[in-house]
Design a protein around this ligand. Structure first.
Ligand code: PLP
Length: 437
């Protein structure tokens, strides 16, 4: 008992000291936070960016680096939670932005680039016959889920523990009072027998099963291909739709993880990087489902959104997919990301405390546990305070990453950035080797 208290104090002391150094090192961000807190609750308008004791404010970004109000430059391993795939100043994207700027951007009419971006996506995803654009991944999921209910005439939506499909679709360990009031059935991720039981209990009412082929916000936890295939089989047999949320994972291959596994969902949602760094969401899928949105048809589903086809998103998104993020580039980024994760895991495995990086390709997440992570249930023993300490250490070492431990590799990164993050992880493992866990 005495030992446990002593260990807890050790870690808490180290964390308190790290926070103090952080506060001392970032006075301009602290002052900005205090100013913002007068008009924004907690000085914040996007929860995931909040970080206690206060978040660092960024003033500019270039290549794969971001610079803070305190004048510090970081290697950007956050990559805007996967939306920053291209980095911050890719010349092809800059040119597309300049052209959009010159052409005028609030036209209130169809523009050629919406067809271009749609064609590029449909050509890459065999499951997406047709697509419609929205302004965020959240909105795309809202439309996709609503469409699934309307098309099937059923009410229940299966989601998974640890799943995240937008701010009003979060299914983490702590339920959110803001979750949209659909009739959700929450199933255990990667646990087929637990999931099957729930599917059978609700078979007649199941409109749709929504799943991330790898949970991103949940901590980069891949679904096993067998689990995804079992869902595909069950939904086909029972007249429910299978919706893959590939808002994050679509970057892992030219045709997303569905392409890698050869599974065709009925609907797919996309977002993040496909707008080249501008606001976007998209939902698409089988022609017979998407055709319901065709305004030529009587009784069509209306789908609105002032900025659905905004000039910047459509132009820059299309330029990025056509000229930069080709399927070959996607494959190469994934293999570079896999190599980096293996390198970081080799360092983590030498630590005196439990630590590992999960993920696929350019998306990874640190967890302070050793067991294989197949769902958020396996993270119950992951040490949150140690992960916070890790975060503050990364910031001190000039690595910008998510407080929750997510790292994303962006296209401009190379060996120099990989070595820098590997050295930062190694110095954490070394500095805290006597932190008894
Ligand atoms: C898998 C997934 N779906 C949906 C969303 C929501 O996207 P947005 O933040 O653009 O609303 C996210 C955002 O992180 C996501 O990771």
């Amino acid at each position: 008992m005495t030992t446990i208290t002593h260990i807890a104090v050790d870690l808490q002391n180290a964390l308190a000291a790290a926070k103090e150094r952080y506060t001392q090192a970032n006075p301009a961000s602290l002052a900005q936070h205090k100013k913002a807190a007068k008009v924004l609750p907690g000085g914040n308008t996007r929860t995931v960016l909040f970080s206690d004791p206060f978040p660092i404010t960024l003033t500019s970004a270039q290549g794969c680096h971001v610079t803070s109000l305190d004048g510090k430059t970081y290697v950007d391993f956050l990559g805007e939670f996967t939306a920053g795939l291209y980095g911050h100043s890719h010349p092809v994207l800059v040119k597309a932005i300049e052209e959009a700027l010159k052409s005028g951007w609030v036209r209130g009419g169809h523009i050629p680039q919406e067809e271009e971006l749609a064609s590029l996506i449909c050509a890459r995803f065999p499951s997406i016959d047709q697509i419609r654009f929205a302004n965020s991944g959240t909105e795309a999921n809202l439309y996709a889920i609503s469409a699934a209910r309307a098309v099937t005439g059923k009410n229940k939506i299966m989601v998974f523990e640890g799943g995240y499909h937008g701010g009003v679709f979060t299914f983490g360990a702590v339920p959110s009072p803001l979750t949209a009031p659909f009739d959700f059935v929450r199933a255990p991720y990667n646990d087929w027998s637990g999931t099957l039981k729930l599917l059978e209990d609700h078979a007649k009412e199941m409109a749709c099963v929504v799943i991330e082929p790898m949970q991103g916000s949940g901590g980069c936890i891949p679904a096993t291909p067998e689990f995804l295939r079992a869902l595909r089989e069950w939904t086909s047999k029972h007249g429910a739709l299978l919706l893959f949320d590939e808002v994050m994972t679509s970057r892992l291959a030219g045709g997303g993880l569905q392409g890698v596994y050869g599974i065709k969902p009925d609907m797919t949602t996309l977002g993040k990087y496909i707008g080249g760094g501008f606001s976007i969401g998209a939902f698409g899928g089988r022609a017979d489902i998407m055709e319901r949105f065709n305004p030529h048809n009587p009784g069509y589903f209306a789908h609105a959104g002032t900025f659905n086809n905004n000039v910047f998103t459509m132009s820059v998104g299309a330029a990025g997919l056509r000229h930069v993020f080709t399927p070959d580039v996607a494959a190469s980024l994934t293999s570079r990301g896999n190599a980096l994760r293996e390198r970081l895991n080799a360092i983590a495995s030498s630590a005196k405390f439990p630590m590992q990086f999960t993920g696929i390709g350019s998306m990874m997440n640190v967890h302070m546990c050793k067991e294989r992570v197949l769902s958020i249930r396996d993270l119950q023993n992951s040490n949150g305070a140690l992960r916070d300490l890790f975060y503050f250490h990364m910031i001190e070492q000039g690595i910008w990453c998510a407080r929750r431990g997510m790292f994303n590799v962006s296209l401009p990164m190379g060996e120099a950035e990989f070595t820098k993050v590997a050295n930062a992880v190694a110095s954490f493992v070394d500095k805290y080797k006597n932190l008894r866990m």
